[in-house]
Structures are given as C-alpha cells and as structure tokens.
Design a protein around this ligand. Structure first.
Ligand code: SF4
Ligand code: SF4
Length: 348
C-alpha cells in the first residue's frame, strides 16, 4: 500500500476489466506495507485509527506519523483530527510502515486506511492490463493461479479510492515533502545545525493551509502546544506556503515570538522563521550567508525552550549561529544556491 500516492486519475474512462486475466488473492505477505511511498489518512481514517489504537490524536501522530496537513482555517473550531490529514511514518528510514506489528502485520488492520484496503484495486492498476501485470512483481497475490477478481467489488473499491484522491490536497502534501527535504538534503549535509541529523526522523512537519495572519498564528500556536505535549518529538516545523511575502511572514512570526497570547507557551517555546526570500541587510546578494535563514518555502521552526537550555541556552545558539556563518562563508554562493535549487518545486 505504500506505493505512489500521487497517481493521475487518467483512467476515468474506465476500460472494461478482464477478470480472466486479472486474478488476485491476498496471501497476507505484507510486502505492500514495506515499500517506499506514502500513506496519508484523512480525518475519518484518523478517527478510526485512534479508536483502534486507543490513543489520543496527539499521541498517535507523535508515535506513528511524520507529517500533517492542518485543518482548513475555515473550520478552526474543528482543530484536532477533523479536517486534518496525517502521513504514516516509516518504521526505519526507507523501511516499512510504522503501524506494522512485531509479526509484520498491520496493527490496525480492521481500521486500515482506504489506500491500503483498496489495494490493488486502484484505477491505474485495475483499468490497465499492462499495469496490472507489472504489479505482479510487487504483489505476490496477483498470479495466474489466483481466483478471478470480483468485478463489482473491484470496481467499487477503485471508485472509492479515486474519490478519496480527488479530495486530497496534493499540493500541501508536496509542501510537506519540500520541508522535510530541506532538513535532510540541505540543513544536515551543510551542517547548519549540529542536532538536525539526530532530530530529523522524529521532527514533525505540518503544513498550514492558512492565508491570513490570524489563522497562521493560530496554527503555529496550536503546533507549539502540541510540541509541549510530545517529548518524543524534538522539534516542529510549520510550513506556510501561502506567505510568499517575506515582510508579512516575518511580522507574524516575530510578533508570535514576543507573545503567543498563551501564558503556557510564552517562555516555553522558541520560534524561528525561514523563508525563500530571506536576505541579511548589507550582505552581498550572492553570498551563501543568506541560506542560513532560507528555506524552499516559508517555514517556522518551533523548539522547546528547556531543550535549548539543556544544550547551553543562548551561548549555545550563538555558537551554532557563528559556526553556520563560518561554514556558509567558506562556501561558494553559487554552489550553495544550486544545492538549494534542487530541493523542490519551491526551491531557488
Ligand atoms: S503484497 Fe499483495 S499479497 Fe502481499 S499483503 Fe499486499 S496485497 Fe496481499
Ligand atoms: S496502515 Fe496497515 S495496511 Fe496500511 S501500510 Fe500501514 S501497516 Fe500496511
């Protein structure tokens, strides 16, 4: 089920099925839970997973998920799982789904998301004999000796999955990928934070669908509260793709840095903005130094103040900033710009 999510629904004309050639019976091998790819859960699927695991949404997300798309700002009263999407984490980098149990079986089988329960009856497989045959190399249940598929059942499942995909905000999922790639392919290899490598896997990336300062402030505040509740998550990144105007973005984040309006948060968190257009005043525009504060899309990094204190507080952050400056100034600006450009669609 972890195979590519972002399929084009190019099979809407739904060519007829060929049950005599399209044979399938699941063997329960679990291979489809151990391949590269993403599984996202919508809010109904999150609710089902919470019931199955008996966990709160905060605990479930911290343990099993590595990215979130936050609820639409039009439904602020529905914060929590409603209106959200969560992406399941891989148990190890490049490894199987985090929800596999010790016996490599799905631990929420009865409540597994639609992407999983409809596999392999996805439109791009079901309605293409070539794709169906090729999928046999990934799924041992697709084989000539298996029973013919049940056409009405398979067709209904393909339609359900196509409908799910149509409601999925793929652009925001791509923004989550851009944000994570910034950590793994830029911050870590350029040594811009000595803690990023160890923290990368458990960092929570969330994407805000906000378009107004008030709703972005609400999203950042909500993610900060969540961070304080989840010690296993070292840091949180909130991507805010709509805030392409640097000044507006910085105004919102600096104002939150002064006060979130929540006494439980003020003094307990540190927030730092990163933006594709960031530039230090008075520095050569071609200097690599600007990339200390640049990210491929507008981002807010949230840290717990006690974690920063534990590594040495302001002295340590000043040391890291000085080391970053030295590392970046030792690099060719064009070379750093090229690495940055390769990060994603928002890069450069
Ligand atoms: S790879 Fe195919 S046979 Fe194996 S568990 Fe998945 S659907 Fe079943
Ligand atoms: S949720 Fe369950 S069925 Fe889906 S990929 Fe994870 S382990 Fe497999």
């Amino acid at each position: 089920m972890l195979t590519a999510l972002f399929v084009l629904l190019a099979f809407s004309s739904c060519p007829p099925l060929h049950p005599e050639a399209q044979r399938f019976e699941c063997t329960g091998c679990g291979d489809c839970c151990r391949v590269e790819g993403d599984v996202w859960l919508n809010s109904q699927e999150i609710d089902a997973a919470l019931e199955s695991t008996n966990l709160t949404e905060v605990a479930f997300a911290a343990e099993f998920c590595d990215a979130a798309i936050l609820p639409t700002p039009s439904s602020p009263s529905q914060r929590g799982s409603s209106g959200s999407f969560l992406r399941l984490r891989h148990a190890t980098p490049g490894g199987g789904c985090a929800l596999l149990d010790e016996e490599q079986k799905c631990s929420i089988y009865e409540a597994r998301p639609l992407q999983c329960s409809t596999y392999p009856f996805w439109p791009r497989l079901l309605h293409s004999p070539q794709n169906w045959a090729a999928e046999a190399s990934a799924c041992e249940g697709i084989q000539p000796s298996a029973p013919e598929i049940d056409v009405p059942v398979a067709t209904r499942q393909a339609e359900e999955w196509a409908a799910w995909l149509r409601r999925f905000p793929a652009d925001y999922a791509a923004a989550a990928d851009d944000a994570r790639r910034w950590i793994t392919d830029f911050v870590v290899p350029l040594s811009l934070c000595p803690y990023a490598s160890a923290a990368a896997e458990m960092t929570r990336v969330s994407v805000s669908r906000s378009t107004t300062p008030a709703s972005l402030a609400a999203d950042v505040t909500s993610e900060a509260r969540r961070l304080l509740l989840t010690p296993s998550v070292p840091t949180a990144l909130v991507a805010a793709p709509a805030f392409t105007d640097l000044s507006e973005f910085l105004d919102i984040i600096y104002s939150l840095d002064e006060s979130t309006g929540d006494p439980d948060l003020d003094g307990a968190i540190l927030i730092a903005p990163f933006h594709p257009s960031f530039a230090f005043a008075g520095v050569d525009p071609a200097s690599a130094l600007h990339y200390e504060k640049r990210s491929p899309l507008p981002l807010v990094s949230i840290l717990r103040a006690e974690d920063v204190e534990a590594i040495g507080g302001e002295e340590a952050t000043a040391r890291i900033a000085a080391a970053n400056e030295e590392a970046l100034l030792g690099r060719n600006g064009a070379e750093v710009a090229e690495i940055f450009k390769r990060l994603g669609r928002s890069g450069g």
